[in-house]
Design a protein around this ligand. Structure first.
Ligand code: ARG
Length: 621
């Protein structure tokens, strides 16, 4: 249970507080700091919840834990506990576990208490904001499947924080500055490419060509000379080397012009960003992520801070010279962090230092989460530590901001190697999304052919809209439901299946409930008295009562997968309930009304959970 949900006055909250009171009454000083939260029982025969404080308390006091448990049980069962009407007689099991079972009426009123907009999700009132580093695309390059993860997971983590009431800033740290971009600009200009007609594919090609042009083969040349490869080969390599050096010089020149604000250069550069971002926003829109121009805070926006960032580290004695360059050293690692090159240029790390200071200090964040490829772990370790050393992680009120790298694993192909096209190129994210949408649409259209399907007879545009939602849900859920740090295999067939641990399965469960409520019409009464009689109803209600905890837990642990698991078990538990307990054909009116209300709460929990994950929940499927 979540301690922050104590504002609730429902039976569960009362039971939690009674447990705390009992533990401190029995334990006295020894109870200090003990975990008194109620844990959901693993099996129905252990009751609904367990209180496990008797063991640590017994240990501290040097007493038999079962004896301690007996005293706790007596305290809970006494009329003064205030929960005697809420629970059945508690049982002691094994070394001193206390099994608690709520009375059906208490379960009903606990559910009643969460049956409002909030669905039992406690809102955290914090003065400071949280910043999430999302997306992080690079200008002039196609989005690939890695950007799917920084975009999807980043946005969902942001939504989770928003759901628990926190102010959130999404920051898209675009790679929009530096030599590679200047190189591309130069190459486009010398070739007289019409920037107005440019699309991202063409831009991507120009980027790669510019890289090639600037890449001489110094090693090859040395080897050719050493091995006396013949004048022809050597001359060829020399020419290549010369033109590479010329391209590099030209790119540096272009960078200087860009940096000094040359109007023509700047206009071309802006056009490159526009071409890139048009496509990025096409993807983020299809993906239903809230990443837009407001999230844009690319590397270039910190370009004027870099010299000053470096000066600050020098001034504080935290940066030292190393062979002409400036580095920050850390006590516990060999490798220093480079913040200024010998030629005076700044680095990825320098920009990240400036950005992190901005996030903590200007955006007033007491938590900054970087949703970035796990392979950048060392980079963030350095940047975070350097920021703490110089004091930029500390807010004016003394709060030390928590800096976290949520590193994600790699998306793999069927061969368990990083996902590539047959020709070995990176998959364009857009192509993957389109493939998923096609699959989803085909599945939904096929279903709609059945005269009994709720979608039968809907117009084609509506059916295709549902299909798109299904395809995207498939991709997003697959990305969110595995533990973030792990690699996973991209398998579209499995992802779009309506059965199993998939997004479409959850959507389908939600749509079934919606259809059921629609059929019930005015027989559904949102205020009907809730009856919790059968074991299936009981299990379903207990699970619903944990919705708030599931959301809060996924947010604070930065693991959307936990909410996925919760929603999946809610959908499965609902199926079990539904096969055992008729709803529209219930034995009497009171039971039917109660069950319809239960259906409606489950539907809303699913819809809310899916929305928090960033997954659409169509009403019909
Ligand atoms: N553009 C970077 C890359 O493609 C990712 C940016 C991640 N965010 C950051 N603040 N460094 O690797």
């Amino acid at each position: 249970m979540n301690a922050s949900s104590t504002t609730r006055t429902d039976p569960l909250a009362r039971l939690e507080s009674a447990a705390r009171t009992a533990v401190s009454a029995v334990g006295g000083d020894a109870a200090e700091g003990l975990d008194t939260t109620l844990k959901p029982s693993a099996k129905p025969e252990f009751g609904d919840f367990q209180l496990n404080a008797a063991m640590p308390l017994g240990k501290k006091q040097g007493r038999n834990p079962r004896e301690v448990a007996a005293e706790l049980v007596a305290a809970l069962a006494s009329p003064e506990s205030g929960v005697a009407d809420v629970i059945e007689e508690p049982e002691i099991a094994g070394p001193g576990f206390i099994n608690l079972r709520l009375r059906p009426q208490a379960l009903a009123s606990a559910l009643e208490a969460m049956d409002d907009e909030g669905l039992g999700v406690a809102r955290q009132d914090r003065t400071h904001a949280v910043t999430i580093d999302v997306c992080g695309v690079n200008v002039a390059k196609q989005m690939h499947v890695g950007h799917l993860r920084s975009t999807v997971i980043g946005d969902t983590v942001a939504r989770l924080f928003e759901r628990i009431g926190r102010k959130v800033h999404r920051q898209n740290h675009l790679g929009d500055w530096g030599l590679p971009i200047a190189m591309t600009l130069h190459s486009l200009r010398t070739r007289g490419v019409d920037l107005d007609a440019l699309d991202l594919d063409a831009l991507n090609v120009a980027y790669r060509e510019a890289q090639l042009e600037a890449k001489g083969d110094a090693k090859g040349l040395a080897a050719a000379e050493a091995n006396r490869c013949g004048p022809h080969r050597i001359a060829e390599l020399e020419a290549q080397q010369e033109s590479a050096l010329a391209a590099q010089a030209a790119a540096r020149d272009a960078l200087v012009r860009l940096q000094s604000g040359d109007a023509e250069m700047v206009a071309a550069w802006k056009r490159l960003i526009e071409v890139t971002m048009d496509e990025v926003y096409r993807a983020t829109t299809i993906l239903n992520t809230r990443i837009d121009v407001d999230s844009e805070r690319g590397e270039s926006s910190f370009r004027d801070d870099l010299a000053e960032v470096v000066d600050a580290f020098v001034r504080e004695g935290l940066a030292v010279e190393d062979d002409g360059a400036l580095v920050v050293r850390f006590e516990d690692r060999e490798r220093p962090m480079l913040i200024r090159k010998r030629d005076g240029g700044f680095l990825y790390a320098t920009t990240d230092l400036a950005a992190l200071r901005y996030r903590v200090q200007e955006l007033d964040s007491d938590e900054v989460v970087y949703v970035v490829d796990a392979r950048q772990r060392e980079h963030f370790r350095d940047v975070f530590d350097a920021c703490r050393m110089i004091g930029w992680a500390t807010l004016p009120d003394g709060t030390v901001s928590e800096l976290k790298h949520l590193g994600f694993g790699t998306v793999l192909g069927p061969d368990k190697k990083p996902l590539k096209t047959r020709s070995g190129a990176n998959f364009k994210l857009m192509d993957l999304l389109e493939a998923a949408v096609d699959r989803g649409t085909a599945a939904v259209r096929k279903r709609a052919d059945d005269p009994n399907a709720p979608t039968h007879g809907l117009d084609a545009a509506e059916i295709d809209g549902i299909g798109r939602a299904v395809g995207i849900a498939a991709i997003k859920y697959a990305d969110l439901s595995c533990d973030t740090g792990r690699d996973y295999v991209f398998d579209l067939d499995r992802m779009v299946a309506f059965e199993g641990d998939t997004g479409p399965y959850l959507q389908y469960a939600h749509a079934r409930l919606s259809t059921m409520l629609e059929k019930a019409g005015d027989r559904f009464d949102p205020a009907a008295p809730l009856l919790v009689d059968t074991p299936e109803e009981r299990r379903l209600v207990l699970l619903l009562l944990r919705f708030g905890e599931a959301v809060a837990d996924a947010a604070t642990s930065l693991e959307p997968a936990r909410l996925c698991r919760y929603l999946h078990s809610l959908a499965t538990e609902f199926s079990t309930f539904y096969s055992a307990c008729p709803v529209l054909k219930a034995e009497d009116d009171a039971t039917r009304s109660s069950r319809l209300r239960l259906v409606s709460i489950v539907r809303r929990a699913l819809a809310d959970g899916l929305e928090t994950l960033g997954i659409d929940a169509p009403r019909r499927m």
